[in-house]
Design a protein around this ligand. Structure first.
Ligand SMILES: [Fe+2]
Length: 262
């Protein structure tokens, strides 16, 4: 199966800019690229920070655009989102028994789990006991299946000092659940605005840098420096044998030369 991973769209109300950028226009570049080249994808997951300030108008902008998007889309929320305004704009998005925006799909023998990780008012994300309970039972229900997880907040260290205190606050509650299942094959994350890959305790993860503003991956300084690379997204190809994640620049770079047939 093929899954598109988009993240951190940070949409703002009509006519507003963010760090001089137009988030809606930058998302549009990404969606057009997907429509042109990946419209046969099985799914598109947008992993949170859909809006910059949780504005109802920004959610409406996203809703209107996705109404005309050919790839089935799943939405997560991030720390910049507002649960109530999100749910008003997307009332059909599944929630768990406690009202958290968490759900899953079973596709080709793989359970795709979409987590609700932000904790309102806190800089760190968290899976509270209720959300952990849902994750535990959702993993138990996927015995014998492989599992892929989508989360806004990365769980463990991403090697950047500036993110030390703004990741998930309780990864030690989460990782044992993943290990207990034994078949978690990949974790897709947003939040960092940095493109990177790695593994936590043997489980591979990727972070997509997102469509809007980006952050300098400074391995030494805790300072947060915002920059604007080209809007980008990831394309994951998942088979029983392998997972490939390709990072796609939505604005085509100039082709320097073509070598036919190579
Ligand atoms: Fe973000």
């Amino acid at each position: 199966m093929r899954i598109i991973h988009v993240t951190d769209t940070h949409l703002v109300g009509p006519g507003n800019l963010l760090f001089t950028l137009d988030p809606t226009q930058r998302l549009e570049v990404v969606l057009r690229k997907i429509e042109a080249e990946f419209s046969d994808a099985d799914l598109c997951v947008i992993s949170g920070d859909l809006t910059d300030g949780g504005e109802p108008e920004a959610y409406r902008t996203l809703r209107d655009r996705l109404d005309n998007f050919p790839v089935p889309t799943r939405l997560l929320i991030g720390n910049h989102d507002n649960r109530e305004n999100f749910r008003r704009a997307f009332p059909e998005t599944p929630i768990d028994d406690n009202g958290f925006i968490q759900s899953f799909d079973d596709l080709e023998g793989t359970r795709l789990i979409y987590l609700d990780t932000p904790e309102p008012g806190a800089p760190q994300g968290r899976l509270c006991d209720k959300r952990l309970g849902w994750l535990k039972s959702t993993l138990e229900g996927a015995a014998g299946k492989s599992v892929v997880i989508f989360t806004h907040y990365p769980f463990l260290s991403i090697g950047l000092p500036t993110f030390r205190n703004i990741l998930l606050s309780n990864p030690r509650d989460v990782m044992p659940l993943l290990h207990a299942h034994g078949g978690v094959r990949h974790i897709f994350c947003g939040h960092a605005h940095v493109a990177m890959a790695g593994q936590w305790e043997g489980i591979p993860f990727t972070i997509s840098a997102g469509t809007c503003h980006h952050i300098v991956p400074d391995l030494a300084s805790p300072d947060l420096r915002f920059i604007a690379l080209t809007p980008q997204f990831d394309v994951a190809t998942i088979t029983t044998e392998m997972i490939h994640v390709h990072r796609i620049e939505a604005q085509d770079p100039p082709v320097l030369a073509v070598m036919p047939g190579v």
